[in-house]
Design a protein around this ligand. Structure first.
Ligand code: CS2
Length: 493
């Protein structure tokens, strides 16, 4: 491919490698993140000599646009690494095919059962695991899981995995690895548990053979993934196409930073992802907690405060002195005490990099994007550090502010306008939150309904009245005195 110039700098020449011969990986969740993360590491592994049977078949859950574009572009697209210093385009050539699960539901099950597939990777977002936020268990009452348990082609990710594993057990019995790449704590064991719960919920002994196979021959390593990937824009589409000299309808913008820490527990081999910089480690739990709390937890606070301040992007939000101060405090005083840093990762350096990454003005990551799906994201980010602080006799004021600003964006008191960036946030809990807000007279009412009634942040935090009271006070301050007053109050507390 061609040398390219985007923004202020010159991109290096990008050669398009030969496509892999066949696929050993099935990826569920063919979104931008996968295409700028696992695909790039796989391209590096292939370039370093991993067998060319490690191509990827990408599965989009419902959306046809990426699949159609991938097919029209011979499975190629560009990743635009964007920083204030400039932009570099790369073209990972690793996908051998792509399809839409909703259009070919049985094909997902067949692919998981196919012995040529040795790894199933997942980026289906926190929302895609069909678990109850209150209990962490499979939400067997949800319509999609209930339908998948009845039989027929499954629509949920957990149903697809369980039915695919069931068919694999009955057919070849070939070993398999399922690798979750979503921002869930202990994502490997969490996924294993949900798939087991699905199989255990099948009538009679229907799931017995698959359960035995799963326990013996299917591994679920945990992994921590990290790369900020905003949504693509029409501008990037036009510029990438111009620079590549070929039409690219699906370029992916991404920051230069990328990290992948993986537990090395693969039942049927794996590509040499370390060629792209992946770290194989027994400390994935530490990497996950570091990332989900220091990065994602703080990110949520920046996004909700930024949206309430009427700010469109994360770099603009962190550019406001009081949001920067709030982010520094929540990270160092409220999240850091709840984690242990992985060996060899320096806290001060990691923090310095985070603020630099959030400040990437060229990337334009939007507050609306980070604030979307807060009900499932915050469930992963805040309960444990909040409970730990409370158990130590301290009120985590900035975590309380995170929840208060989230609820002010998604469940505002009648008469309060959170602004267009908050209004644009989508969240499955919106209808339930709107109902709670409509019946509430003040912040305390909303906080109680969301945290205790709906148990949005799990059972444990539901039973912490001091925290709920603090969240309620902060909602009243936001809706009555403005978000600046609530930040000032929390920072000074
Ligand atoms: C963000 C993440 O949208 C969000 O909630 O916190 O998507 C974040 O950008 C990635 O996890 C970075 O790896």
């Amino acid at each position: 491919m061609t040398a390219a110039r985007l923004g202020r700098s010159v991109a290096t020449t990008v050669a398009v490698a030969d496509a892999p011969r066949s696929a050993g990986i099935l990826h569920l969740g063919l979104g931008s993140f996968h295409r700028a993360h696992q695909a790039v590491y796989t391209a590096a592994a292939l370039a370093a000599g991993s067998g060319d049977d490690w191509g990827i078949v990408g599965v989009a859950s419902r959306s046809r646009s990426v699949v159609d574009a991938m097919r029209a572009q011979d499975m190629l697209y560009s990743v635009a690494e964007i920083s204030p210093a400039g932009t570099r385009l790369a073209v990972p050539a690793v996908h051998t095919d792509a399809f839409v699960a909703a259009d070919e539901p049985d094909r997902v099950v067949r692919a998981i059962a196919d012995p040529a597939i040795r790894i199933v990777t997942l980026t289906v977002t926190e929302n895609g695991y069909s678990y109850s936020p209150a209990t962490g268990h499979l939400d067997v009452a949800s319509p999609v899981i209930a339908a998948d348990l009845q039989g027929g082609s499954p629509a949920s990710t957990i149903g697809q995995l369980a039915r695919g594993i069931q068919r694999r057990a009955a057919a070849s019995g070939a070993p398999l690895t399922v690798l979750s790449c979503d921002n869930l704590a202990a994502n490997g064991s969490h996924t294993r548990r949900l798939v087991r719960e699905f199989l255990q919920s099948l009538p009679g002994a229907e799931g017995a053979e698959a359960l035995a196979f799963l326990d013996e021959r299917v591994s679920f390593p945990s992994s921590m993934v990290d790369r900020i990937v905003p949504s693509t824009t029409p501008e990037l589409r036009a510029r990438a196409s111009e620079l590549l000299g070929a039409r690219d309808d699906i370029p992916v913008p991404a920051e230069p930073f990328t990290m992948w820490a993986i537990e090395d527990d693969f039942r049927a081999g794996r590509p040499a992802w370390e060629a792209g910089g992946a770290v194989f480690t027994e400390e994935v739990g530490r990497y996950e907690q570091m990332k989900v709390r220091l990065l994602n937890g703080t990110h949520s606070l920046i996004a909700y405060l930024g949206a309430l301040r009427g700010v469109e992007t994360i770099p603009e939000a962190i550019g406001l002195a009081d949001i920067d101060a709030a982010a520094r405090i929540v990270l160092a005083d409220e999240y850091a005490p709840s984690i242990e840093m992985p060996s060899g990762v320096d806290f001060d350096e990691y923090r310095r990099e985070l603020f630099e990454r959030w400040g990437n003005t060229a990337l334009g990551h939007r507050t609306t994007q980070v604030g979307t799906d807060g009900s499932v994201k915050l469930r992963q980010r805040i309960p444990e550090p909040a409970v730990l602080a409370l158990d130590n006799g301290a009120m985590p004021h900035l975590i309380a502010l995170t929840v208060a600003s989230y609820l002010s964006c998604l469940a505002p008191l009648p008469g309060f306008q959170p602004g267009r960036f908050a209004d644009a946030m989508t969240d499955a809990a919106r209808p339930r939150l709107a109902e709670a807000a409509a019946g509430a007279r003040n912040g305390a009412g909303i906080a109680d309904a969301a945290i205790s009634g709906l148990q949005l942040f799990g059972e444990e935090l539901a039973g912490r009245p001091a925290f709920i009271t603090r969240v309620g006070e902060l909602i009243d301050t936001i809706t009555g005195g403005g978000v600046e007053a609530a930040v000032a109050d929390s920072v000074a507390a």
